[in-house]
Ligand binder design. Sequence first.
Ligand code: PAF
Length: 282
Amino acid sequence: MITTESINVIREQVRAWRIKGETVAFVPTMGNLHLGHITLVKEARSRADHVIASIFVNPMQFGQNEDLDAYPKTLIDDQQALIAAGAELLFTPTPAIIYPKGMDVQTFVEVPLISDQLCGESRPGHFRGVATIVCKLFNIVQPDIAVFGQKDFQQLLVIKTMVEDLSMPIEIVGVETIREASGLAMSSRNGYLTSAQKQQAAVLKQTLDKMANELCSGKQINEVIKAAQQVIASAGFRNDYLDIRHAKSFNKALSSDNELVILVAAYMGDTRLIDNLVVRLN
Ligand code: PAF
């Protein structure tokens, strides 16, 4: 696998593959890879002739009081895991390569409405940063397919909306969340948790499952949310949001909807965890 911070190296390699009529799948990441990321790379591998991954801790999607500087950097391990999963090219640009004029004077991409809700409300500017970097990476790599985790459900919707709105010829693939044996969704941020906190954090998925069962048995949406908020708080979490939305439109769920997504964000100590569960009612 070639690792490069050069946009030209990426473009030349992709051009060479395209001339031969070969397809390219892309997996953008911020590094500190875990099994969730590796599953994305394997999915990419199964769908295209070549896989390109990127590692870039994108400063534009972090708020001022967030963990940008502390974000774990594990390049050597990441490279080995990517090679084993079948990636052939790794793009590791620096902020100066991505934002040469500085972020404040950089053209940005903003997906309206969805970007201001839930994670977007708690982290103002976050989805503008995500949409802008993903758009830039797509323009550099020009993949046929790009693969993302469904754990970041709202991010996936933002990216799908951007691709549709801007007529980008890229198929966006969402891959199911990979979980620890306890049910805790895999995340680079789990590394900030003590082992006791990790055990407590398993309550998030248990609560999502319980909520799904309650929705299936016809319990009112507001009551489902209220009861779950109490469970999460009693497990030692500070609630950020807990909501139920229509899984496609992202509108507040109505009792007549049958394709729902339950979304949660909560703090365990200083660590903000997110999770979600799609629920289909008959
Ligand atoms: O999900 C992530 O790791 C990041 O938000 C992404 C998509 C790589 C953009 O920086």
